[in-house]
Design a protein. Structure first.
Length: 259
């Protein structure tokens, strides 16, 4: 981490006041570490304890009930404030790539990664890395991409993400602040019609360049160009102090396969 990020983390830490809850474990006050470990364990159990509610009748067209996945996303976001307070990285919607030294390796390898992506002709989202390892069916076709991915600390998942001409991905939010997203531009229309809004910031991709953002903020994507846009989309674990690291890890285990 750079000095600027460390300084920002120190400023945030100085603004945070932690209070003992007064709970005990039988032999005196319960240590904060044990209390947060207990709470993070509860995160993993809660999805099986509370089934999704049935939709209530309404006048007019029926309103669909939230799916189980949507409810889990809402539940995961309840912990975003705690995770943000423990972050060692910026909690702004858009982050400085210089705070993540490993992005330089992606930029050095971008031409080889682009060649592998074009050869695979992705449509939509093509997973490359998930559940702690490379997707076997893709391994032979993108060795340089996978080598670059293995150098990323805290890698959660990765995919080639293609957006067709004149396509629009509506506004949405990620399920947890425990993950940060990186895009490496691979194929980008030159007319500037491909763009992404993250909260109140408009971002445009450039071939061979990286951008990093927090998708727990509302964001949407447009490709008003006549050409396809392809990026390498990477999600990685937010650097955190304890107890935020425990809580974020529990939330990610709960949401695995649903985000």
């Amino acid at each position: 981490m750079t000095k600027s990020m460390n300084a920002g983390a120190r400023r945030r830490a100085s603004d945070t006041i932690w209070h003992e809850s007064g709970e005990t474990d039988g032999d005196g006050p319960m240590p904060a570490a044990r209390r947060f470990q207990r709470d993070s364990d509860r995160v993993e159990r809660i999805a099986t304890l509370v089934p999704p509610p049935a939709a209530e009748p309404v006048a007019g067209p029926p309103v669909p009930a939230p799916t189980g996945g949507a409810m889990l996303h809402r539940f995961g976001r309840l912990f975003d404030g705690l995770i943000a307070s423990q972050s060692l990285a910026s909690t702004d919607p858009v982050l400085d790539v210089r705070d993540f030294a490993w992005t330089a390796g992606l930029r050095r390898e971008w031409a080889a990664i682009r060649a592998e992506a074009v050869a695979m002709a992705p449509s939509g989202l093509m997973p490359l890395w998930q559940d702690g390892g490379a997707v076997p069916i893709r391994a032979a076709g993108c060795p340089r991409t996978l080598a670059a991915l293995r150098a990323i600390p805290g890698l959660y998942d990765a995919a080639f993400a293609s957006l067709a001409p004149n396509a629009h991905i509506p506004t949405r939010r990620g399920a947890t602040k425990g993950l940060i997203t990186c895009h490496l531009g691979l194929v980008v229309p030159r007319d500037g019609g491909a763009r992404m809004r993250v909260r109140d910031r408009i971002l445009r991709w450039a071939e061979g360049e990286t951008l990093i953002f927090d998708d727990s903020f509302d964001h949407e994507i447009h490709n008003d160009a006549e050409g396809q846009r392809i990026v390498l989309r990477i999600r990685f674990a937010r650097p955190l102090r304890q107890p935020g690291q425990w809580v974020a890890g529990a939330v990610l285990r709960l949401l695995r396969g649903r985000i």
